[in-house]
Design a protein around this ligand. Structure first.
Ligand code: FAD
Length: 395
């Protein structure tokens, strides 16, 4: 079913690509190209998650929406992913005082999003990539690229490995090494706007009877004006709670990671602002002191590719703040778009340029929506005018 240009005819050379990073975009990109008959090698800095488990061992989840599911369908991975997902039919908004209320995303359960475990999703996609014929190398961190000689250098197992490539596809995330190496060859116009707000993850374990402690089929939000908590369900009946607030004291009386540096201040904050979550998070102190503070920013580039030598996709090209839950969804869409452009043109530089022209405006639009949605989630979702407007839209 794949476009003819992707499948080499008799005597045609097999098309080849080296993918840097076997995260969400890397594993899906590898699957799509291997399914088209490409020779695909993938280099991932971390160990094989199927052998070692995921870094930190915590349950971290992501909201998968239709645009991401559509891409997973193209790789035949949707059924396996949905088998481990928890449906979220709307936002459950927890006001400071009063009863939580469900705001549906759509009219019925045909318009929902899904909570998926990052670790399980990555393993499903790694398995899909291998089944499709891609070769994955774990414990291989890209360190440097010699574009002139078409050689890349990977660190792993105590040695530096030199490996040739015909083209590099950068799926190595927001801190991309490939992007840094490309930036040494040409000005990519890179800039990052830091949000000034960060996040910390906490956990709601299952209830004593093994069930979910709160409504499982919802994305829970505790909006508090300029900061908030959210919670997404995991299929092992836990919830991952994420607290978002300013990194530094902004002098307006709101909490920040500066004024709430340890578990002691965190307990006081939760007693005041998130009191209904306290009985749900028995390890609040442990989670707060153990889990790192994540920083958030939006990455902008003017160029995503260097001729036909290398191209960036996913977070490596356009990392965004997580408030629209669309970073992974957008990375998955990139994979499908790039595979289609590679089907349409045998010339890599042409395909990469067409991909960049197609996806850069889309990514910029989603980045903007993600920034706007922070205001909506933390402030507007419990506002009476906002709720009336939504009811009118859904009516
Ligand atoms: P990554 O997932 O970061 O993968 C990069 C891979 O490259 C990793 O495996 C890494 O180990 C590897 N790597 C890194 N450097 C090297 C190197 N030098 N050599 C070799 N390998 C390397 N998105 C959603 O769609 N929905 C959500 O609900 C959502 N929630 C989020 C919540 C938070 C708190 C955050 C921070 C992000 C969230 N996102 C969400 C965004 C989503 O996580 C990213 O957009 C997505 O992971 C991007 O995928 P990627 O493959 O481009 O990068």
């Amino acid at each position: 079913a794949h476009a003819a240009a992707g499948v080499p005819g008799a005597g045609a050379a097999r098309r080849e690509a080296t993918i840097v990073g076997a995260g969400l975009a890397g594993a899906l990109m590898a699957t799509l190209l291997a399914q088209r008959g490409w020779k695909v090698e993938v280099y991932e800095s971390r160990g094989d998650p199927r052998l070692h488990g995921f870094a930190g061992g915590r349950s971290i989840n992501l909201a998968l929406a239709e645009r991401g599911l559509h891409a997973l369908r193209a790789a035949d991975a949707d059924r396996d992913v949905l088998a481990q997902a928890v449906m979220m039919r709307g936002r459950m908004v927890h006001p400071l005082d009063g009863t939580p209320q469900l705001q549906r995303y759509g009219r019925d359960d045909s318009e929902v999003i899904w909570s998926v475990s990052r670790g399980e999703l990555n393993i499903t996609l790694i398995n899909a990539a291998e089944s499709a014929g891609a070769v994955l190398h774990f414990d291989r961190r890209l360190e440097a690229v010699d574009f002139a000689a078409r050689r890349a250098f990977y660190r792993g197992d105590g040695a530096l490995h030199r490996v040739g490539f015909s083209t590099l596809i950068g799926c190595d995330g927001a801190g991309s090494t490939l992007r840094a190496q490309m930036g040494q060859r040409a000005d990519l116009g890179e800039r990052t706007d830091w949000l000034g707000h960060g996040y910390k993850e906490l956990e709601i374990p299952p209830a004593a009877d093994g069930d979910f402690r709160i409504e499982p089929n919802a994305l829970h939000i505790w909006p508090r004006g300029r900061y908030m908590c959210i919670a997404l369900p995991n299929d092992e009946r836990t919830f991952t709670v994420t607290l978002f607030m300013a990194m530094r004291d902004e002098g307006v009386g709101d909490p920040s990671f500066e004024t709430v540096p340890t578990a002691t201040e965190a307990r006081a904050l939760f007693e005041r602002d998130f009191a209904d979550t306290l009985p749900l998070i028995p390890e609040l102190e442990h989670d707060f002191d153990t889990n790192p503070i994540g920083t958030l920013g939006t990455l902008y580039l003017d160029r995503w590719h260097l001729g036909g030598d290398a191209v960036l996709i996913g977070d490596a090209a356009h990392a965004m703040v997580p408030f629209h839950g669309q970073g992974m969804n957008c990375a998955f869409e990139d994979c499908v778009a790039l595979a289609r452009q590679l089907d349409a043109s045998a010339d890599l530089a042409t395909a990469y340029a067409a991909f960049e022209a197609q996806r850069m405006p889309d990514a910029a639009a989603i980045q903007r929506m993600a920034l706007d949605n922070y205001i909506e989630m933390r402030d507007l979702v419990d506002d009476a005018d906002y709720l009336l407007q939504r009811e009118l839209e859904l009516a």
